[in-house]
Design a protein around this ligand. Structure first.
Ligand SMILES: [Mg+2]
Length: 352
């Protein structure tokens, strides 16, 4: 049986990034039940786009119509209907988690079956979106106190302000690992000068600096920019499928791959991309998409099958929710414990 629940939850902390500031989060939760084994999944639309929950649910029910979750070729038959990637993520996560639960395995163990023993602990980074340079330092202090040593700093097209923010963080935290994420806000023309300026602050990598549409249409040109960059370049929004990831790797257009199950259409695809990155010697970092505890926990399991030693993954977004659908994984000394299962191992899910 497959149940679909729209949700719309207020955020406790506004989510500020290059595409605006969000105050609530809406999407779909899926529950697949196979002979009593339960699996959960989430569809999380891009944060800056308006969501009509009932319409989204209708779209999901359309692609699910008359599909039998007991059939082994359930995902193949779903794919014949070409579901939108984020809807595919919600459905397939719940289905795979239910299959895992039916075998008494955790989601991570099921994904890694036959090729990877999942780790049990995942280090996380802390997200810094505040605009004011004093506020970012305060925020970084809170993150540091959680034992997190990697800060991911959201950047915008306000270069002067970002320069102040990053300089303030580096001055206050000389030992922290810093990552930048302009979320496509820079341009092919200013990308290198931005990176050269930021390189004085010792940056681990910079995510998706310029619009992904340009990057993917000009992969060789982007690869040359990457080559000249004093800071390693991560691609995030561009990593949407196995085929595109192959093209990115062949063109040598990325030093790091940021993996988001929502963008890739689910964790079966994530497994393919993790293996591609590993074969090419490219670092992969699992990141959640401002999801509820359901999507966040699924991404935590997905992170557990990255090649060890694990990089700090983007999983500390639970704090944005004023209330959540389930108990989110805790961060202890900068580490999240991967639930032992079965399935996602969620301790309670409340859809009221
Ligand atoms: Mg990013």
């Amino acid at each position: 049986m497959i149940d679909v629940y729209p949700f719309d939850l207020p955020l406790a902390t506004p989510y500020r990034w290059s595409k605006g500031t969000q105050h609530s989060r809406a999407g779909l939760i899926f529950r697949v039940t196979l002979d009593g084994a339960v699996g959960w999944g989430e569809t999380a639309p891009p944060p800056h786009l308006p969501v009509d929950g009932e319409k989204l649910k209708g779209e999901a029910l359309d692609v699910l119509k008359d599909l039998d979750p007991y059939r082994e070729d359930f995902i193949g038959r779903l794919d014949e209907r070409t579901p939108a990637p984020r809807i595919r993520t919600g459905i397939t996560t719940a289905w795979i988690a239910a299959k895992a639960a039916a075998e008494g395995l955790s989601f991570a163990e099921y994904l890694g079956k036959g090729w990877r023993q999942p780790v049990t602990q995942v280090p996380v980074n802390g997200l810094v979106g505040e605009a004011d340079p004093a506020a970012v330092v305060e925020r970084c202090g809170q993150i540091w106190d959680q034992g997190i040593r990697t800060f991911k700093i959201k950047c915008t097209d306000d270069h002067a302000l970002d320069d102040q923010r990053v300089a303030a963080i580096r001055a206050a935290f000389p030992d922290a690992t810093l990552r930048l994420d302009p979320n496509e806000a820079w341009t092919p023309e200013n990308m290198l000068s931005r990176l050269e300026h930021m390189s004085q602050h010792e940056i681990q990598y910079c995510e998706e600096p310029i619009p992904s549409a340009y990057t993917l249409a000009n992969l060789d040109r982007f690869a040359r920019l990457r080559e000249q960059s004093p800071i390693p370049i991560a691609l995030d929004q561009s990593v949407t499928s196995t085929e595109i990831t192959k093209r990115i790797i062949d063109a040598k257009a990325a030093d790091v791959l940021i993996l988001k199950s929502q963008a890739m259409g689910g964790f079966d695809h994530a497994v393919e991309i993790i293996r591609l990155g590993e074969a090419a010697g490219i670092l992969s970092v699992m990141t959640s998409s401002l999801e509820t505890a359901v999507g966040l926990t699924a991404s935590l399991h997905g992170a557990a099958i990255l090649p060890p030693p694990l990089p700090a993954c983007g999983l500390s977004l639970g704090r944005f929710y004023a209330r959540d659908i389930a108990v989110k994984p805790e961060i202890d000394n900068g580490i999240m414990q991967v639930p032992a299962g079965p399935g996602l191992g969620l301790s309670s899910v409340d859809l009221t």
